[in-house]
Design a binder for this molecule. Structure first.
Ligand SMILES: *[C@@H]1O[C@H](CO)[C@@H](O)[C@H](O)[C@H]1NC(C)=O
Ligand SMILES: *[C@@H]1O[C@H](CO)[C@@H](O)[C@H](O)[C@H]1NC(C)=O
Ligand SMILES: *[C@@H]1O[C@H](CO)[C@@H](O)[C@H](O)[C@H]1NC(C)=O
Ligand SMILES: *[C@@H]1O[C@H](CO)[C@@H](O)[C@H](O)[C@H]1NC(C)=O
Ligand SMILES: *[C@@H]1O[C@H](CO)[C@@H](O)[C@H](O)[C@H]1NC(C)=O
Ligand SMILES: *[C@@H]1O[C@H](CO)[C@@H](O)[C@H](O)[C@H]1NC(C)=O
Ligand SMILES: *[C@@H]1O[C@H](CO)[C@@H](O)[C@H](O)[C@H]1NC(C)=O
Ligand SMILES: *[C@@H]1O[C@H](CO)[C@@H](O)[C@H](O)[C@H]1NC(C)=O
Length: 660
């Protein structure tokens, strides 16, 4: 019975001429692996042998998964020197060097490791690592050479991507030329050691994607790299080494990270035979991940349209280019710097800019960091290095800031050097002394209340003085829209307190409010300097007030006094983008919820485009303009950019490219 089992397994286990139990994962100087024979790791996880690729097919020596049905190559030895036929042989020399010989006995690939030990052996480990070690040595972990130091396109658990700083040796991924050609392609994924280290995805010498600096938990620009029960990421930076790796926490998990021939970095996890390799992570993930997509001092937000804008306090370098969506030249300061007098303005939720010309100190705190940056006029920004435990360490930038993006509910704080005249960008009561601060606050609020009272008086006075004028009363008649007093709105929103602020739209801030009767409202204040002028405001009022549909946000009223204000029904679940772009929120959206939302958006649009008497094109449909009520029913908002067709026209020329 035993013999039968052994015999029937022979074809699978290839080495029928040898003893099955012996030397399956190891070769000595007296043995070799010919094409057609394989090495198998002790736990049968990985296999080493020859495989074919390309057209016409060539032979390569490689390592692949043994347990997995789809052939998945994780390492290739002779990727630049393929064999033309099946005459290859792998052996290990007495000097400890692995050599691959062709049919004529000339070596076409060599590990070049010359280590003088008595009994060198090559062994394939269950991690997928092919190692050369001394069989006589007392320490089985003493590795003289390993394939993990020469990765191809696959990043396996336990591998290090990065540098030995003593020897200057760098390990990095290089893509295959194509799916079927293991020779080195154009893309590399490597740690850049300049400034504070970051992972760079490059095509030749061009940077395609930058991970951002490591912040203690993950890379600054990889929000999806979350702690999970299967594997743990780690970045190590010390005197001797600088590397990135991950280790498996559950050894039954099969996962690999791959630099694809098309320049995408993807993590795949094996589920089972039917599901195969399942994609878990991808980088770059969107338009904003493309390196420097908004130029210097530009910032990218994937949920706005257009995606690029200048950071607060900056303006486009060439506004004509900027307006036609060419952002490559980025932005410049509105006001020039003046060294000693400069201030630092905080920008939150950002992916930290390129750190290749940065300087860092792991033991300094944020305050010390600021002092150092203040002293050196070429220091452009600072931030914490590590965001854990409230933040620690210091990172300083000594060049123009580039490749910044902003996230919702994710990202880091960055403090940028600005001219003193930009002090309006500082949060209002952030001043030196507590007493001064207290005084400023109390003075500020008194002043605010005074202004409000004056506003309200003014409006009432106006109403009495010019009964036929273009004021509240008149609008009321025009629009048949309930009109709200400024005082009512102010009271409902606790005087437009920041606690009540829901967000900042393209037009100005939006506040939550509660009317005296208990009804919840959303109050949209049209900021004076927003691009949307009075014209657009009236547009919106006009259109929205005439539209009634269950998938459109209902306009409850307006106020056109000192400020232009719109009052909408309140949508407790906020906007769709906050669900889509937040990994935890996203889980709440099961298929039926998604389907309901998709349907609702379509119905709302159909109504606007076709069924409403006015026939309106929304022109800015995006996730942030889809609001959700208590029952997750979607309602379209923001008709500020809307323009209606008149009569039977089905085509309209608008004179500006706008919206999404
Ligand atoms: C290899 O062969 C030589 C000579 O036949 C023998 O002396 C040596 O012990 C062998 N080594 C191993 C590791 O089997
Ligand atoms: C072996 O050498 C001969 C003559 O130099 C050559 O024609 C042949 O292609 C070689 N074979 C291999 C496998 O390199
Ligand atoms: C080994 O050395 C040769 C000659 O210096 C070189 O061509 C080859 O690329 C090296 N092999 C490896 C795996 O580094
Ligand atoms: C780094 O390289 C040096 C010099 O080659 C070597 O002595 C040291 O062991 C290496 N360090 C690591 C962690 O591999
Ligand atoms: C790699 O780069 C070269 C030169 O830049 C280009 O000609 C070639 O098409 C690129 N190959 C791929 C697969 O992108
Ligand atoms: C490891 O993962 C497998 C498959 O997901 C699971 O069944 C098993 O319970 C996990 N083991 C541990 C120790 O978490
Ligand atoms: C980092 O900062 C600490 C505290 O200010 C200082 O003692 C140390 O010398 C600094 N390290 C470097 C490399 O500048
Ligand atoms: C400012 O920092 C830069 C970069 O570290 C350095 O080259 C320069 O000497 C510093 N200037 C002063 C005045 O410290």
């Amino acid at each position: 019975m035993k013999a039968f089992v052994v015999l029937s397994m022979c074809p699978v286990l290839f080495s029928c001429n040898g003893l099955l139990s012996n030397a399956l994962d190891t070769i000595t100087t007296n043995q070799s692996i010919r094409d057609g024979k394989n090495l198998l790791s002790a736990g049968w996880t990985f296999e080493l042998g020859f495989f074919s690729a390309g057209n016409p097919p060539k032979r390569y020596l490689g390592i692949w998964y043994k347990k997995i049905t789809t052939t998945t190559i994780v390492w290739v030895a002779n990727r630049v020197a393929p064999l033309a036929d099946a005459s290859g042989t792998l052996r290990i020399t007495s000097r400890g060097s692995l050599v691959l010989l062709d049919g004529n006995g000339s070596d076409i690939w060599s590990s070049n490791s010359t280590i003088l030990v008595r009994n060198p052996v090559a062994q394939l480990l269950d991690s997928g690592n092919l190692v050369v070690r001394d069989a006589d040595g007392s320490d089985p972990n003493n590795v003289l050479w390993q394939s993990f130091d020469y990765p191809t396109d696959t990043f396996l658990a336990g591998m290090k991507i990065g540098w030995n700083r003593t020897s200057g040796f760098n390990r990095y991924l290089t893509s295959w030329k194509s799916i079927d050609d293991p020779s080195p392609g154009n893309f590399t994924y490597q740690i850049d050691p300049n400034g504070y280290p970051q992972l760079l995805l490059k095509q030749g010498s061009d940077i395609k994607f930058r991970s951002g600096p490591w912040n203690g938990l993950r890379w600054s620009g990889t929000p999806n790299l979350n702690p999970n029960p299967y594997y743990r990421y780690e970045f190590v930076l010390n005197e001797e080494e600088m590397y990135y790796r991950y280790e498996l926490l559950n050894s039954s998990v099969i996962t690999r990270k791959l630099l694809m021939p098309n320049g995408m970095v993807q993590r795949f996890t094996w589920i089972d035979r039917t599901h195969g390799w399942t994609l878990y992570l991808t980088a770059p993930i969107d338009q904003c991940d493309n390196y420097a997509s908004c130029g210097v001092y530009g910032t990218c937000r994937v949920d706005t349209s257009p995606v690029c804008r200048c950071l607060k306090g900056f303006v486009p370098r060439f506004s004509q280019e900027w307006d036609i969506l060419d952002w490559s030249n980025g932005c410049v300061r509105r006001n020039p710097l003046d060294c000693e007098k400069d201030i630092f303005v905080k920008y939150s939720w950002v992916k930290l800019p390129d750190t290749r010309s940065s300087w860092f100190n792991e033991s300094m705190n944020l305050q010390e960091c600021k002092v150092v940056c203040m002293k050196n006029c070429s220091c452009m920004a600072y931030s914490n290095l590590d965001i854990r435990n409230g933040g620690s360490g210091c990172l300083l930038w000594f060049s123009e800031l580039i490749d910044i993006r902003e996230y919702n509910n994710y990202g880091q704080d960055l403090y940028i050097r600005m001219a003193a005249s930009e002090s309006a960008l500082l949060p209002s009561p952030q001043k030196k002394h507590k007493l001064v601060m207290g005084l400023a606050v109390s003075f500020g609020s008194v002043f605010l209340i005074l202004v409000l009272i004056i506003c309200v008086r003014q409006c009432k006075k106006k109403k009495m003085e010019i009964p036929e004028g273009d004021n509240c009363e008149n609008q009321k008649k025009d629009l048949e829209l309930p009109l709200f007093d400024l005082s009512t709105v102010a009271l409902a929103t606790s005087y437009f307190s920041t606690d009540n602020k829901l967000g900042e739209g393209g037009f100005g801030p939006v506040y939550k409010g509660v009317l005296r009767g208990g009804q919840e409202i959303a109050v949209k204040m049209l900021s004076r300097n927003s691009r949307q002028g009075l014209h657009e405001f009236k547009n919106e009022v006009l259109y929205v007030s005439k539209l009634q549909h269950r998938n459109l946000v209902k306009l409850l009223g307006c106020c056109i006094e000192e400020e232009n204000i719109l009052i909408y029904e309140f949508m407790p679940n906020g906007s769709l983008d906050s669900f889509l772009f937040d990994p935890t929120q996203r889980e709440q959206l099961d298929w039926s919820a998604c389907f309901n939302i998709i349907n609702g958006i379509a119905r709302g649009l159909l109504y606007l485009h076709q069924d409403s008497r006015l026939r309106i094109i929304h022109r800015d449909v995006k996730a942030s303009n889809v609001l959700l009520d208590y029952e997750m029913n979607p309602k379209l908002s923001d008709f500020g950019l809307a323009k209606s067709f008149t009569g039977n026209e089905t085509q309209a020329n608008t004179n500006r490219v706008v919206g999404t």
